[in-house]
Design a protein around this ligand. Structure first.
Ligand SMILES: C[S@@+](CC[C@H](N)C(=O)[O-])C[C@H]1O[C@@H](n2cnc3c(N)ncnc32)[C@H](O)[C@@H]1O
Length: 265
């Protein structure tokens, strides 16, 4: 897990020169063995962060008009690229910590490129609450906190985790249950087939419009929205979805985040 509080010292541990820990640390922290073409830049976190500041602004501005407090949940945070952008945007919009919290969930297990390609020092604002858990556990635990303890539900959920067929559909379904009424669920990598298909599968089941801005997808949990009784999906024995729903879902594509913001009014 890469987040640090602002008050914690940054930088690598100073091992005594020519010791074995110094050598091992040098290999792990100072060598570049990543096979990714795009490398992390200092203070910018994961180099494949796609969430766009103007989209965050459209979503946060809209939700601030509807919610007194903005509880945002991100699932799939890794080294905090998208989280830092969201926290920075909240600060830029003048939202203070009495009105804003960003919970960031991740297993922080990563994969080889992630481990080797993250930058060494993170900047974390006091707005961020890390939550080390798999996505399903995250959604179910927060659901339980909401039901049993009356914890507020997130007004915004950003999903950038599994990217696998069916797993994404389960994540979206659980995120949707947890999301507050009038909340916004959005996520990265619509151009990934698994994400694309499962967003469409879920939108079909719930008769939702999929809003698209660049590679980001967005679903709005409008108040009073009814689940159609006539929708279902069929699966084969490998749990692959057999029903083709792509041409039965309404897509709304936006070239500007302002137009997207207006459509969400
Ligand atoms: C693409 S990275 C996230 C990047 C981050 N949102 C950003 O923009 O900087 C995907 C992350 O999802 C996490 N992840 C994958 N499957 C997960 C799961 N089932 N539960 C929780 N986290 C998961 C991985 O550990 C990884 O850190």
């Amino acid at each position: 897990m890469r987040f640090r509080s602002d008050s914690e010292p940054t930088g690598t541990i100073a091992f005594a020169a020519n010791t074995l820990p110094a050598l091992i640390s040098q290999h792990i922290h100072d060598s570049d063995i990543s096979s990714c073409r795009v490398k992390a830049q200092p203070w910018e976190g994961y180099p494949h962060t796609h969430i766009l500041p103007e989209l965050i602004e459209a979503v946060f501005t809209r939700q601030l008009r509807r919610f007194q407090k903005l509880f945002v949940l991100e699932v799939g945070s890794f080294s905090g690229g998208s989280a830092i952008r969201m926290a920075r945007k909240a600060l830029e919009l003048g939202i203070t910590s009495d009105k804003f919290a960003l919970a960031c969930a991740d297993t922080w297990l990563g994969d080889t490129n992630m481990i080797t390609n993250v930058y060494q020092d993170g900047r974390v604002s006091s707005l961020i609450v890390p939550l080390r858990a798999p996505s399903i556990v995250t959604f179910k635990s927060l659901e339980r906190y909401a039901v049993v303890h009356g914890m507020m539900r997130p007004a915004v959920i950003y999903l950038d985790s599994a990217h696998e067929p069916m797993e994404t559909l389960i994540e979206i379904s659980l995120a949707w249950n947890l999301l507050a009424e009038d909340g916004i669920l959005f996520g990265d990598d619509y151009d990934w087939p698994a994400v694309h298909n499962d967003v469409l599968n879920f939108a079909y089941l719930r008769n939702l419009t999929v809003h698209l801005y660049k590679s980001q997808w967005l679903l709005h949990k409008r108040e009073g929205i009814a689940t159609p009784a006539d929708r279902d999906l069929t699966f084969n024995s490998k749990l692959e979805v057999k029903t083709r729903v792509h041409d039965r879902v309404t897509l709304a594509k936006f070239n500007s985040s302002a137009a997207l913001g207006e459509a969400l009014q």
